[in-house]
Design a protein around this ligand. Structure first.
Ligand SMILES: [Cu+2]
Length: 578
């Protein structure tokens, strides 16, 4: 009784406080961190409802104000790591036509500031994450059980499936804002944060699963959709009575249909099984082996405090990652819910085993680069502190809020796990050149950038210093990188662009064929980014060699708009080495 009375008093106090701040616009400076936390924890209100003045440090001080002109800029930092702060979490920007939009997706407010990440005890054995098609039904039943347990937890528990699913929404739909910069979201897609963020996400989900199952050996199985044995949605996810089932998936893509790693949004290729597998192998080879020979081509572009979101994704994030999100989600819904929509992807239990494979691809890319670079680890990571010290917040298995940095996520063995060795048939699937494709038909029409892509365009692009590339020894030849600049997606809609080199007759190239340098694939972005502006980069050295054009001073680049309204700012080829 006493407890409920004091709760009532607290609520009354809160209402008076809110009325004062909202209607009287009383200045509330300074607003101490502990007071904000206490209020927010007790009331479960979102920080944006409370307008505080500025604090004096960059972190853990000033709650978010929706007022774009507020004094909060005093705490803004420009340059350096991107820092996530619970006091800077707000309403997500979810597409208006979402079938069941979340009103909020910020995690429950922690009563105390986050603790810093610590590695698990190195004496603990390293656990193996194994593929779904090898672990067997008994093991998959454990994943099923733990998803059921998480779904049964109260929604307010940060370890519940409801809250775990919201983590993706919070970091991808404009809920988290940059500290001191309320107009800038913390966005973990289309930049160098993509791989480390998703690794940390799975790491904590796995720890929570272990605790709930009371099974310290449990590891998340991964769905190896990159090899023929794993190319169908695993059977466990298809059973309508299972907690692993999600009604928001494309009915056309259920087993025995094979995954299409080059998926063209709603348009089925209708390939034979053999052709689809071939296409998938080529896509994997190009995105991981030949297209991403430098760290920024694989991870994505630098993204620092004060930067606009979406500077540029790595090859794998575009394809197969984004294609597969859309392939699993239901294309009948405007945003491809669940998996095809940033705000909703975490609601599908398949998300976590799907992303396990993305995390494993990071390991495989690193091994391939180490082998190519004489084990030089510096060629597989960035040394920039803005990357290493960027941080995310997760609740651990004891429901403690933990601050995790990118630096903490670079070595899976230090995190206590590794991936079991699965065959990589795509690692040698170098696609052959397509015979009889006209590379330069007639005189190319001149294109004036920026250009809206209503139809395919072909442009002659000069190569930088072609002679230097030709005489350089293979080992120290700089990488030639094709840059598609100023990609603007109107209405932040779904987009797929295919980018071909020396294939004006691109329709003759088989899906995933050699002349296709890469694809730009973007899911629908939240409304804050009403105009997605980004870049695409892909390595060309091997492609130019295979096309036999190493001696040429220029190449023809053909851009085919497969889906969505897009403008591009320009095309260039640059030399890069990192
Ligand atoms: Cu994803």
């Amino acid at each position: 009784m006493e407890a409920s009375n004091s709760l009532r008093v607290l609520l009354l106090f809160m209402l008076a406080f809110l009325a004062a701040t909202t209607f009287l616009s009383l200045p509330l400076t300074p607003c101490s961190n502990s007071m904000s936390r206490a209020i927010l924890t007790a009331t479960s209100l979102d920080p944006y409802l409370i307008s505080c003045g500025s604090g004096d440090t960059a972190q853990e001080e000033a709650p978010l104000s929706k007022d774009k002109h507020s004094n909060n800029n005093r705490t803004a930092r420009r340059g350096g790591p991107i820092v996530t702060d619970q006091l800077w979490c707000s309403k997500p920007d979810v597409p208006q036509d979402a079938p069941s939009p979340p009103s909020r997706c910020c995690p429950p407010m922690s009563a105390s500031p986050p603790i810093n990440f610590t590695f698990p005890d190195p004496k603990e054995p390293i656990r193996m994450r194994r593929p779904v098609h090898e672990v067997g039904p008994e093991y998959m039943a454990k994943y099923e059980r733990v998803v059921a347990m998480m779904k049964a937890l109260p929604k307010s528990d940060p370890r519940s499936f409801y809250q775990q699913g919201h983590i993706h929404c919070a970091y991808c739909s404009g809920a988290y804002r940059q500290v001191g910069l309320p107009t800038l979201p913390v966005q973990v897609h289309f930049s160098w944060l993509f791989f480390p963020f998703h690794r940390a996400y799975l790491y904590y989900l796995e720890r929570i699963a272990r605790k709930l199952l009371n099974d310290p050996e449990f590891t998340l199985p991964f769905w190896s959709w990159d090899i023929p044995e794993g190319m169908q949605i695993p059977a466990e996810f298809v059973n309508k009575t299972s907690p692993l089932y999600d009604a928001f998936r494309d009915p056309k893509h259920q087993p025995p249909n094979l995954a299409d790693l080059d998926f063209n949004w709603k348009v089925e290729k209708n390939l034979t099984g053999e052709q689809q597998i071939q296409c998938n192998m080529w896509v994997m080879y190009k995105q991981i082996v030949s297209g991403a020979t430098l760290p920024s081509l694989f991870y994505g572009q630098p993204y620092r405090a004060g930067d606009s979101a979406l500077p540029g994704p790595g090859t794998v994030e575009l394809a197969p990652h984004a294609n597969m999100h859309a392939w699993i989600g239901n294309g009948h819904y405007p945003n491809g819910e669940d998996m095809g929509a940033y705000y909703a992807a975490g609601r599908d239990p398949i998300f976590y085993i799907y992303h396990g494979n993305i995390d494993r691809i990071w390991e495989m890319w690193r091994d391939i680069r180490l082998a190519a670079n004489g084990n030089d680890r510096s060629k597989t990571v960035f040394s920039d502190h803005s990357w290493l010290d960027s941080s995310f917040l997760f609740y651990d298995e004891e429901a403690r809020l933990v601050r995790v940095t990118v630096r903490d996520m670079l070595d899976t063995e230090k995190l206590g796990y590794r991936y079991s060795k699965v065959a990589m048939p795509w690692a040698t699937a170098r696609p052959p050149r397509t015979p009889g494709v006209n590379s330069k038909r007639g005189v190319l029409k001149s294109v004036r950038f920026p250009v809206s892509l209503d139809a395919a365009i072909s442009v002659e692009v000069m190569r930088p210093d072609a002679l230097r590339s030709r005489i350089a020894k293979d080992d120290d030849a700089p990488e030639e990188v094709l840059v598609v600049e100023g990609i603007e997606v109107q209405d932040a809609d779904f987009v797929k662009l295919d980018v071909y080199v020396n294939a004006v007759e691109y329709h003759k190239v088989r899906p995933g064929g050699r002349e296709l340098a890469g694809s730009f694939v973007s899911l629908r972005h939240p409304a804050t980014e009403d105009r997605v502006k980004t870049t695409m980069r892909v390595a060309l050295n091997e492609l130019l060699e295979d096309l036999g054009v190493k001696e040429e001073t220029s190449v023809t680049v053909t851009i085919v708009p497969v889906k969505g309204k897009v403008k591009i700012g320009g095309l260039k080829i640059v030399h890069m080495s990192e």
